[in-house]
Design a protein around this ligand. Structure first.
Ligand SMILES: [Fe+2]
Ligand SMILES: [Fe+2]
Length: 189
């Protein structure tokens, strides 16, 4: 999928200047990605291929979480409580309520979050100077790119391609407006 906006050029310098905060937020993001994969498995077991794919995804996101926690440990950072993510919350507000529409929207929103994460993690990979961190962020970015494609494939397994493409277009417009509206944070989103 193609996002409808690019991240403000002010984000990367801010994120690099407060990288410890970004790491903590990033760990929470990976934790939520793992939890969301299991939540989608719980909610939509009927979708062909979804249970096995979400089980694999949960494992992969948990391994990302472990890697970020390891970096944090090296810097003597503690995770602390999740202070919430206004970006993910804002996106979920765009999900419609009837069951069929909600299923499509949850899959597409999960894909959009992966897609924005891919963009931001790639920016971090380019901006970081420590070779080990640069490599880690490049690897994680690539993985999130694969995840956004997976969610679009799953959406197309439950709804006709034209319906998916039209809804994705609407949600991507909503996402771009949300990103524009939210204050710049030392966080992945
Ligand atoms: Fe991840
Ligand atoms: Fe992911």
């Amino acid at each position: 999928m193609q996002l409808k906006s690019v991240t403000s050029p002010r984000w990367l310098p801010h994120a690099l200047a407060h990288f410890d905060e970004v790491l903590i937020d990033h760990a929470h993001c990976e934790k939520k990605a793992a939890a969301n994969a299991l939540s989608l498995l719980q909610a939509f077991p009927e979708v062909p291929g979804l249970p096995a794919q979400m089980a694999r995804l949960a494992r992969e996101e948990a391994s990302h979480l472990a890697k970020v926690l390891q970096v944090m440990e090296g810097r003597e950072l503690t995770l602390g409580f999740d202070r919430g993510d206004p970006y993910a919350k804002g996106l979920l507000q765009l999900a419609r309520n009837p069951a069929k529409e909600r299923r499509l929207d949850r899959l597409l929103i999960a894909g959009i979050i992966e897609s924005r994460s891919f963009e931001r993690l790639e920016l971090l990979a380019a901006g970081l100077t420590d070779p080990a961190l640069k490599k880690l962020y490049a690897e994680l970015a690539k993985s999130e790119d694969g995840h956004q494609k997976l969610f679009v494939r799953l959406a197309k397994a439950v709804e006709p391609e034209a319906v998916v493409d039209a809804r994705l277009d609407v949600l991507l417009t909503g996402e771009a407006e949300l990103v524009e509206r939210l204050p710049l944070r030392a966080a992945v989103h």
